[in-house]
Design a protein around this ligand. Structure first.
Ligand code: 13P
Length: 251
């Protein structure tokens, strides 16, 4: 079994004055956990602060979004080269909040995924169904369609240098976690789906679960065979909770 990977997604939270204490406490705690991998994806304005606080630690950092173009007249947007300037390793693409609140399509997500890989950063690509889609029994179809656009644009082998995060939309920020069995079922589907197209690799594919993961439910999720870690929203904002989740991911 591969090492667990725990990623904090701060979303639009944080403040210059509080981030330092949070990052220092997380870094100190992680220093005692050599068998788990960890990263935090922070708002753009805090990348410099995060870089300077984490550069000598085992924790990686990244962004939560990026524009698909390299540069140009796109007021308010951020290019992947700018993320490279702050030594980001990861960029979340296709988070359901971006898909639903900002209308990001599967194609746009695939283009962002491509831009991240072309800059030699690692995309963390989010997939997941809404409650309506789950109830209609089309979860696997929805997830397969989300993956398909990337496969079409970049080839299935592009997942060799990417992370997938399964985040059922109905479980995000609702306190309603997928049961370990529900999550496992979709993770196994994703792994099998990729294996069907890129045999020999799928065991190494890193598939995170996200959606109301907390200190009390992390361990039971992480012991599922196809759950390789977590993408943590709310609970990544409190060092104690985030560290407890990382601890649950230790081998
Ligand atoms: P919560 O952990 O707050 O439910 O958020 C999950 C998420 O969207 C992580 O990207």
């Amino acid at each position: 079994m591969q090492r667990k990977f725990i990623v904090g997604n701060w979303k639009m939270n944080g403040a210059l004055t509080n981030n330092e204490a949070l990052l220092k406490e997380v870094a100190n705690g992680l220093a005692q956990m050599p068998t788990v991998d960890c990263a935090v994806c922070v708002p753009f304005p805090y990348l410099a602060q995060t870089q300077s606080l984490l550069r000598d630690t085992s924790i990686k950092w990244g962004a939560q979004n990026v524009h698909q173009a390299n540069n140009g007249a796109y007021t308010g947007e951020v290019a992947v080269s700018m993320l490279r300037d702050f030594d980001c390793d990861y960029v979340i693409v296709g988070h359901s909040e971006r898909r639903h609140l900002y209308g990001e399509s599967n194609l746009l997500v695939a283009e962002k995924f491509a831009a991240v890989q072309e800059a030699e950063l690692l995309p963390i690509m989010c997939v997941g169904e809404t409650l309506e889609q789950r109830e209609a029994g089309i979860t696997e179809m929805v997830v397969a369609e989300q993956l398909a656009e990337v496969i079409k644009l970049r080839g299935v082998q592009s997942f060799r240098t990417a992370v997938i995060a399964y985040e059922p939309v109905w479980a995000i920020g609702t306190g309603k976690t997928a049961t370990p069995e529900q999550a496992q079922e979709v993770h196994a589907f994703i792994r099998k789906h990729i294996a069907g197209l890129d045999e020999g690799f799928s065991q190494a594919l890193c598939i995170l679960y996200g959606g109301s993961v907390n200190a009390s439910n992390a361990a039971e999720l992480f012991c599922m065979p196809d759950i390789d870690g977590g993408l943590i929203g709310g609970a990544s904002l409190a060092a104690k909770d985030f560290l407890a989740i990382c601890n649950a991911g230790q081998k």
